[in-house]
Design a protein around this ligand. Structure first.
Ligand code: 5AD
Length: 359
């Protein structure tokens, strides 16, 4: 079996492509089974929960797909205070989570030193691992926050198709965005590093999705998030999607394609932490989490943003967004994990890929 797994691990681009176009139910079942068994033998049965707190919806960027984009004047903006963030960290710990994820738009109002103090307070007052997802910040900011105690950083490269990426992700003050470079920097600094892509972007080719998976492997990532692209009506790309009638059909394909990419990512990167993403659960509220977890994923990131802010973090439309809150929501997710024969992760759920140094 070991030799078999080794061969699979070196799946080349053609094999990946073959899976990406596969439609036969029985063959797909064998893909899900393989991904699930590789998940089981590499990261076990635990599903790690990361408490996601969306600390600000201000954004300096103009990404064509995202509702937080600066030109979206319909959106009311908020930025949580230090005390509000600290209170969320205590709530996260009380729920038994091992990690807090602090996410925001690319908000330069999140000031380097002030934010550094927030990280330090979370590390002093709780035993949580701290993950940041704050966009393309400077090397200096990233270093200062690592030194303040941040453990992990998430920055999705969204698509490995450079032309497509540049077309949906305009530069900021003339400086071209190079997320791959930042990801390498994050690794150098010492962060556990996470990235990921969206599936189903208009103009995204199957070849570039195969490249995405190869890129995950090349970057040797600790965390890999894959979610469907969900059109937002107040964005240029969302408007473009509304005009095209291909969307109804494409949403089915998008979900299936997302599951395939999750499964192939598990096979390519056996030890990575792979979430069943919120975008996936948004497109398939019925059993998106379960299917993701049964096809390679081992993490869920429940939303713990305070209710008064939650509906303003409008990256993509989500009917469920404002209903989700605290304990009920948490209990429900726990039940869903247990219902598929998995267990709720205990502890921080650190990356198994690298040796952790404890300070
Ligand atoms: N659909 C799906 N995912 C989106 N993101 C942003 N906008 C959308 C959208 N419309 C994802 C991107 C980003 C993360 C914070 O949310 O992958 O990196």
């Amino acid at each position: 079996k070991k030799v078999f797994l080794l061969l699979i691990r070196q799946m080349d681009k053609n094999e990946i492509l073959k899976w990406l176009v596969e439609c036969e139910e029985e063959k797909l079942e064998s893909l899900w089974d393989l991904a699930d068994s590789i998940r089981h033998s590499n990261v076990g049965n635990e599903v790690h929960l990361r408490g996601l707190v969306e600390i600000s919806n201000y954004c300096a960027r103009e990404c064509n797909y995202c509702g937080l984009r600066k030109p979206n004047t319909k959106l009311e903006r908020y930025r949580m205070s230090e005390d509000e963030i600290i209170a969320c960290a205590h709530d996260t710990e009380k729920l038994g989570y091992g990690t807090i994820v602090l996410q925001s738009g690319e908000d330069y109002g999140i000031e380097t030193q002030l934010f550094s103090n927030i990280i330090k307070r979370i590390k002093d007052e709780t035993s949580l691992a701290v993950t940041l997802a704050l966009g393309e910040r400077s090397d200096e900011d990233l270093k200062v926050w690592y030194e303040a105690g941040a453990d992990r950083y998430l920055l999705k490269f969204e698509t490995s198709d450079k032309k497509l990426y540049d077309s949906i992700h305009p530069p900021l003050s003339g400086k071209k965005s190079d997320r791959i470079k930042i990801l390498r920097k994050l690794r150098d600094i010492g962060y556990e590093t996470g990235s990921g892509v969206m599936i189903g972007l208009p103009g995204q080719k199957i070849e570039s999705i195969a490249d995405d998976i190869e890129m995950f492997r090349e970057l040797d990532l600790d965390m890999i998030g894959v979610g469907p692209y969900i059109p937002h009506p107040d964005t240029p790309l969302g408007v473009q999607c509304e005009k095209s009638d291909a969307d109804a059909q494409s949403s089915v394909n998008k979900l299936l394609m997302t599951y395939k990419v999750i499964a192939l990512t598990r096979i390519a990167c056996p030890k990575a932490n792979i979430p069943a993403t919120t975008a996936l659960a948004t497109m398939n509220p019925l059993d998106g989490y379960e299917k993701g977890l049964m096809r390679g994923a081992n993490v869920i990131m429940p939303n713990l943003t305070p209710v008064n802010y939650k509906s303003f973090y409008d990256i993509y439309p989500s009917a469920a967004r404002s209903d989700l809150s605290g304990t009920d929501y948490h209990d429900n997710i726990k039940k869903r994990i247990i219902s598929i024969g998995r267990t709720v992760g205990i502890g921080r759920g650190d990356s198994l890929r690298i040796r952790k140094v404890n300070y």
